[in-house]
Design a binder for this molecule. Structure first.
Ligand SMILES: O=C(CO)COP(=O)(O)O
Length: 255
């Protein structure tokens, strides 16, 4: 399938940044700057910012996402937020399996899989993050690691649901380090992800899935990264926290 037929998605992942008042200010500033975007624009924000973010973006083309969700609907899981709760709020997207969750909060492929299924069951679109550590790249097992994550994270997810799922390729060594994967490195792995999806679900499904690159994407490097055949968008951390830094990435994806 021609890349132009896939919807490009530029998503900010704010991580643990922005209080509710700061969230409102950023989204209010950003909305007019991206109103003519020819791609999907998403801001994934801390749970406590969701209400204000949904209000501030009402009637705009910015969609809101959460940064995680639990797989149970409710229960004795102190500190957790369920997919059902997010769905009732009207949150359309949720980031799952981010490397920071895997690294610092014990997230495993098994729990990413459970969260992904719960999100889909409640009509949320998951942005499932995969990516290799530096030593895994140096040991030349990047493809092995990525194939394993894709297979386990999507285990038991139907082809129809995979089409609603966004995959974000985020090499862990490129996150917040200022060290970006080259466009060729990003393309190589994003193409490998699509080939893995094709093996599991068939080419038609694989061709329909949006695959993002994430890891120090910014105004200076986004154009080359986004020009690649299998890179359909970006998941952006640092550069999503300032409207003037995020807007050029949206503009590059809209070309
Ligand atoms: O982790 C990321 C997005 O989820 C990338 O973060 P940076 O853009 O800050 O490297």
């Amino acid at each position: 399938m021609d890349k132009s037929k896939r919807k490009a998605i530029i998503a900010g992942n704010w991580k643990m940044n922005k209080t509710p008042s700061e969230a409102k200010a950023l989204l209010t500033e950003l909305a007019p700057m991206v109103k003519d975007a020819d791609c999907e624009v998403i801001a994934c924000v801390p749970f406590v910012d969701l209400t204000v973010a949904l209000e501030a973006t009402e009637g705009t083309n910015i969609q809101i996402g959460a940064e995680n969700c639990h797989w149970e609907e409710s229960g004795a899981f102190t500190g957790e937020i369920s997919a059902q709760m997010l769905a009732e709020m009207g949150v359309p997207y949720v980031v799952l399996g981010h490397s920071e969750r895997r690294q610092y909060f014990g997230e495993t492929d098994e729990t990413v899989n459970k969260r992904t299924k719960a999100a889909l069951a409640h009509g949320l679109k998951p942005i499932v993050c995969v990516g290799e550590l530096l030593w895994e790249r140096e040991c030349d097992i990047t493809e092995e690691v990525i194939a394993r994550q894709i297979k386990l994270d999507l285990f038991g997810v139907s082809a129809e649901d995979v089409k609603k799922t966004v995959i974000a390729y985020e090499p862990v060594w490129a996150i917040g380090t200022g060290k970006t994967a080259t466009a060729d490195q990003a393309e190589e792995v994003c193409a490998f992800i699509r080939a893995t999806l094709a093996k599991l679900y068939g080419q038609e499904v694989a061709d329909a899935v949006t695959i993002q690159y994430g890891g120090s994407m910014n105004a200076g490097n986004c154009e080359e990264l986004l020009s690649k055949t299998d890179v359909d968008g970006g998941l952006i951390g640092g550069a999503s926290l300032v409207a003037e830094k995020f807007q050029p990435i949206v503009a590059a994806a809209s070309k």
